[in-house]
Write a protein of this length. Structure first.
Length: 156
């Protein structure tokens, strides 16, 4: 389940005018797991194919058998294609899982900033409330900075 905005901090979201992220980090994690399982499947296909070709080559002989063996092991043949597919799937899965971590960190930092702004706003109201607009502006700038860092991390 994704990290959601606690109802007690919903007024801070309205006060600051910055919406809480609706990113679904659990969906990103599931997508990453799906890509990882695809990589495992490619490895299984590779092992099964290699076993079949190896068994066929071991029990048969001839030019066609030799050609099949060489074709299977060719740098652009099925062996390399399945290896590349597995590697690509693992890289994509890792990228998706990393993105989920960044989204979760962004949500955590946003919640922290909402809490800090709520505390500063309470102090401002305790002293007469004149500083509330400054607290709002400082909170907005902090949330903008958090969003910029998140976007930069996702794009790097």
């Amino acid at each position: 389940m994704s990290l959601e905005l606690p109802p007690s901090l919903a007024p801070m979201e309205l006060f600051l005018g910055r919406l809480f992220s609706d990113g679904k980090e659990d969906v990103l994690l599931q997508m990453g797991d799906d890509h990882d399982s695809h990589a495992v499947t490619m490895g299984e296909h590779l092992a099964a194919g290699g076993a079949h070709v190896g068994g066929f080559v071991a029990t048969n002989s001839g030019d066609g058998v030799t050609a099949l063996h060489e074709s299977f092991r060719h740098p652009e043949g099925p062996h390399q294609n399945l290896t590349d597919a597995g590697t690509g799937s693992r890289v994509i899965g890792l990228g998706l899982k990393t993105s989920a971590g960044i989204v979760l960190a962004h949500k955590g930092m946003t919640l922290l900033q909402y809490g800090l702004t709520a505390a500063a706003l309470a102090q401002a109201f305790a002293t007469g409330g004149a500083l509330a607009p400054f607290v709002q502006q400082a909170g907005q700038r902090s949330l903008d900075a958090i969003a910029n860092v998140t976007v930069n991390e996702l794009l790097m």
